[in-house]
Design a protein around this ligand. Structure first.
Ligand code: PLP
Length: 358
């Protein structure tokens, strides 16, 4: 705290990302990064973009990337907005769309960045409890609120809603903007993008960080009705005209065009997820049904805090949220087969001992 801080800086409560420590031999399963590398074509395109042209500003509209994304999703470039990671796209969506006279609604158990944006932009919010099975019940989003944001699949639960559920919500709430955050949709969920054609209030937000293994490049995007996109562009051009550098745009175009690499990586993650879930259940964990690249699990005989600490002592990092309802859960990123082997060997020591004492 400094006396030179603005009123705004004083009242913020910033998002705390998962730690990125430099510990040799660490098994890092705490921030949902890909265990596999990005497309080699993306890396080649990034290298090729690192030349003399870097003295010039990039295209402020990221036209090539918006065209590539439009082709990929079967929409027009006017339906596509891109930004410096989907966190930035979400920030602009909160400012441009979700700030309404009535509060924005989101689940009580969801991405912890949403309340942070609300405080930054002075947006009232109301959380809607997920049910006893940690599922989002969209019936609770009817008849109240001035805007809605839902992560689908939800984080940190991994549980997905169907496009029919989302379509039902959109039919019932044509009066408010609805943002669907699809950061994890490529790992088994179904996208709401086809609903954009019929619903002018729907914005779908995506990222290259998870299923495209490009968290370090910082590229995210949104698909929505051109009028919604125009609102986002107004906020973006009041904040930073050039959110994507030349290497980022070139790398993202190459990544979206490398369908073979994408398919191979996401099916490997899905297969690893199912084998890790089976192992965890074998150790007595309760594991939520995940359509994401992580599992959300608790052990009935051990607190989340003790478990996370025991794993950390053995150089395995997982994520835990010290908040009501989920303090005993661990969010475990689906790693490579080697990483899963390390994790299960260590769990055999930790919970194996606990279970026999219990
Ligand atoms: C990881 C994540 C994002 C943000 O990803 P970026 O790296 O900023 O693109 C957005 N929403 C959810 C739910 C996430 O888990």
């Amino acid at each position: 705290m400094s006396r030179y801080w603005s009123e705004l800086a004083r009242r913020l409560s910033p998002y705390v990302p998962g730690e990125q420590p430099r510990i040799a031999g660490l098994v890092k399963l705490n921030t949902n990064e890909s265990p596999f590398g990005p497309s080699p074509r993306a890396i080649a395109a990034i290298r090729a973009a690192a030349g003399d042209a870097l003295r010039l500003y990039p295209d402020p509209q990221s036209t090539h990337l918006r065209e590539a994304l439009a082709r990929y999703h079967g929409v027009t470039p006017a339906h596509v907005f891109v930004g410096n990671g989907s966190d930035e796209v979400l920030a602009h969506a909160f400012a441009a769309l979700l700030k309404q006279p009535a509060p924005v609604l989101f689940p009580d158990v969801t991405y912890a960045f949403y309340p942070v944006y609300c405080r930054l932009f002075g947006i009232d919010f109301e959380t809607v409890p997920v049910d006893g099975a940690f599922c989002v019940d969209l019936r609770s989003y009817l008849g109240r609120g001035g805007a809605i944001v839902i992560a689908n699949p939800n984080a940190p639960t991994g549980i997905a809603l169907s496009p029919d559920d989302i379509a039902g919500l959109l039919r019932a709430r044509p009066d408010v903007p609805v943002v669907i955050d699809e950061a994890y949709v490529d790992f088994g969920g179904e996208t709401a993008i086809p609903l954009v054609a019929e619903h002018q209030n729907l914005l779908v937000v995506r990222t290259f960080s998870k299923s495209r293994a490009l968290a370090g490049l910082r590229v995210g995007y949104a698909i929505g009705d051109p009028a919604l996109i125009e609102g986002l562009v107004r906020v973006k051009d009041s904040f930073n005209s050039y959110p994507l550098g030349r290497p980022a745009e070139a790398g993202a175009v190459a990544a979206i065009e490398d369908e073979a690499h994408f398919e191979a990586m996401r099916s490997a993650v899905i297969a690893n997820r199912e084998s890790l879930a089976a192992s965890l259940r074998g150790f007595g964990f309760e594991v939520l049904p995940s359509q994401a690249n992580f599992l959300f699990a608790r052990h009935p005989a051990m607190s989340g805090k003790a478990l996370a600490a025991a794993l950390r002592d053995r150089a395995i990092l997982v994520r835990r949220f010290d908040v009501p309802r989920i303090a005993d859960h661990l969010r475990i990123t689906v790693g490579s087969a080697d990483e899963i082997g390390r994790l299960t060997a260590v769990l055999a020591e930790i919970v194996g001992v606990v279970s026999s004492e219990w």
